[in-house]
Design a protein around this ligand. Structure first.
Ligand code: ADP
Ligand code: MG
Ligand code: ZN
Length: 638
């Protein structure tokens, strides 16, 4: 999805800007002067020849020194060399290639020489002494260091004032958010969530023609909360609402409000609403609102103070504005469970729109949206792709379509084919193929039996999802092979038998290794993890164990972010029950494993046959596998 470009109006140079330019000019001027001065003194330095003291004495002996200025530590002056240089003098300066014959200015570092004055007198040189004046001594010893220190101090003070100033005006600066006047997204770009769109259509209608609603005295909801798992298009749909209504769109993320400094977030909320009210009608969108909207009082610390203040300010602002003036607040989150109750009460976010993972039809529509501007081969069947992608979110599908386009580009093809799409889906599910990964023959054999084990056990379990594909091409980081099972229909409920069959199929790989090689390997870790999780879920959450009964004894988890256990919900049971649960899990898994092994022992021939085929072809599709394993369902349950 292309981000729409934010248009920032070009600013007129203001007084501050002009002043800054002048300051820059002056600085350059000063720099130029300094350079000039340096240059001149360098030239000066070139004209003056520095000579050793001994050479100076030699010139003095020969009476060539015309004048001398005797300073504290150097002697400067002029030397006029005589035409015929004495042989002694030539020896005195053997390293000098040519003795200068023209008068030149010299400079030499003074050496302790008590007789210098007498010698100068004898040579009849005009000489002047110069002592550093009291003033210059004072300047060097006191004034310059002090001036430097003062300058430095002023510089630092200014820096600190600037830093402090920007800290105080933080809220202001950042809240100068630019409203997107045109998000460039419309409802046509959002597919597969028609209910959500229908609900939001009302908001769009209201923003377009508020009079119709006002005439009837209808109040439009102030806030709409978009809830759903990651990647289901919450951000997208919010932008689409603004695009449809053609109103400015203020977007901020919850984390934009949370800062180190207490009070900044609250100031930002205030600014945001101030600006939005001026711009009405408009939409204010707070993405990932859980960053500030968490239940108050559950954590301690400075960040928490800040968050509470921000949240309080948000609550106050939401009470303070009247949605009929045309400011509508949208917010998105995938953690509605942690939101503060005060946010969700009527009059605030009183409407919740759920965006769920799309179903088959929805997935087909989303695929179509993302295939819109791509060249597509005639044979592409989006419905088929939609069928093999259960559980994919909108973002996953967008990603898969993009992968397909990349694959097509790699082939140098003109259009995307069905094969590209299927390959891309597999890549998204299992990671990229790693053909370069070299397995030894023994390993490949083991992987083949393992995967066929999964497939065959699933095949012989009437409630397991049918096998779609078996492969021993290594993929992603860890998978050495995989068996893809896909449900025939979208399932909203799972029965106990289906769960048991899934667990058995998950253990099928390990069972096959056991049966064939009489030794197991490390390749089943992921399977075991999945099987254990399913078993535990059955027992603790779904009331499917006789021993534990109907009690829900699990940690509470977030329905939209599975796996993210919330801190508040620790295990809801006594240690005694916890031990019983562990035993129950172990027993359930053991039973499933026994059954899987039994299936494989009974159908050893099929196992061998399918594994041989798999070793030869690397992948088996559903029909090939069916041809080997026979029709489903005629297996007697153990
Ligand atoms: P989130 O719900 O996490 O905010 P986004 O709105 O950021 O998800 O969705 C990410 C990307 O996934 C979108 O930019 C879009 O390309 C794609 N996407 C998600 N849902 C849909 C949908 N319903 N229709 C079309 N594209 C979708
Ligand atoms: Mg988002
Ligand atoms: Zn496995």
């Amino acid at each position: 999805m292309s981000e729409s470009v934010k248009k920032v109006p070009k600013k007129e140079p203001d007084a501050e800007e002009v002043r800054r330019r002048w300051r820059g000019l002056i600085a350059w001027l000063l720099l130029g002067l300094a350079m000039l001065w340096l240059w001149q003194s360098a030239i000066e330095g070139l004209r003056v020849t520095t000579i050793p003291y001994s050479a100076f004495k030699a010139h003095l002996d020969r009476g060539e020194v015309v004048e001398a200025l005797i300073k504290n530590d150097v002697i400067e002056g002029e030397i006029d060399p005589k035409e015929e240089t004495a042989p002694g003098a030539a020896e005195a300066e053997p390293e000098e290639e040519e003795t200068p014959t023209d008068p030149f200015r010299f400079r030499t570092v003074r050496v302790e020489d008590p007789n210098l004055v007498e010698e100068l007198d004898a040579a009849g040189v005009q000489y002047v002494g110069e002592r550093p004046s009291v003033l210059s001594q004072f300047l060097v010893a006191w004034f310059i260091p002090i001036a430097l220190i003062v300058l430095l101090w002023m510089f630092m003070a200014r820096r600190m004032r600037e830093a402090a100033g920007s800290a105080l005006s933080l809220g202001r600066n950042k809240a100068k958010i630019v409203a997107d006047t045109d998000t460039g997204v419309s409802f046509a770009d959002v597919a597969g969530c028609d209910e959500a769109k229908a609900e939001l259509q009302e908001v769009v209608q209201f923003l377009r023609e508020p009079a119709r609603y006002e005439a009837l005295g209808a109040k439009i909801p102030k806030g709409v909360l978009l809830v759903g798992p990651p990647g289901t298009g919450k951000t997208l749909v919010a932008r689409a609402v603004a695009g449809e209504a053609r109103v400015p769109f203020y977007q901020m993320s919850g984390s934009d409000f949370v800062e180190m400094f207490v009070g900044v977030g609250a100031a930002r909320v205030r600014d945001l609403f101030e600006q939005a009210t001026k711009q009405a009608p408009c939409i204010v969108f707070i993405d990932e609102i859980d960053a500030i909207g968490r239940t108050r009082g559950t954590h301690v610390g400075v960040v928490n103070d800040e968050r509470e203040q921000t949240l309080n300010q948000l609550l106050v602002e939401m009470d303070g504005f009247d949605s009929n003036r045309g400011v509508i607040l949208l917010a998105a989150t995938n953690r509605p469970d942690v939101l503060d109750r005060a946010l969700l009460r009527p009059g605030r976010f009183d409407r919740q729109v759920v965006l769920d993972a799309p179903d088959v039809e929805g997935r087909k529509a989303i695929l179509a949206v993302h295939m819109r501007n791509k060249p597509v081969d005639d044979g592409v069947d989006l419905a088929a792709v939609a069928r093999v992608t259960p559980g994919f979110s909108g973002a996953d599908l967008a990603n898969a379509v993009n992968e397909a386009a990349l694959l097509a580009a790699r082939r140098d093809a003109k259009a995307l084919t069905q094969h590209d799409l299927e390959e891309a889906v597999e890549k998204v599910v299992a990671g990229p193929e790693r053909k370069s990964r070299r397995l030894t023959d023994a390993e490949r054999r083991r992987v083949a039996y393992h995967e066929v084990g999964h497939a065959l056990v699933a095949h012989c379990s009437p409630h397991a999802d049918p096998v779609h594909k078996i492969s021993i091409v290594p993929r992603g980081k860890a998978a050495l092979g995989y068996t893809l099972q896909l449900p025939t229909d979208e399932l909203y409920l799972v029965t106990r038998s289906q769960l048991l069959d899934r667990i058995r199929a998950a253990l099928g790989g390990r069972a096959a290794e056991d049966v064939v090689f009489a030794e197991v390997s490390s390749g089943a870790e992921n399977d075991l993890e999945k099987a254990t999780a399913m078993a535990r879920q059955m027992i603790t959450m779904l009331g499917m164990s006789d021993k534990i009964g109907l009690a829900h004894v699990a940690r509470r988890t977030n329905p939209y972010l599975p796996g993210a256990a919330s801190l508040e919900g620790t295990a809801d049971c006594s240690p005694q029950t916890a031990r019983e649960i562990d035993e129950e899990v172990r027993e359930l898994l053991a039973r499933a494993y026994r059954e899987a092994k039994q299936i494989l022992v009974e159908r050893r021939e099929t196992l061998e046959h399918a594994a041989a085929e798999l070793l030869e072809h690397e992948t088996l599709d559903a029909s090939t596998f069916l041809a080997i394993a026979g029709e489903r369902g005629n297996h007697v349950r153990p």
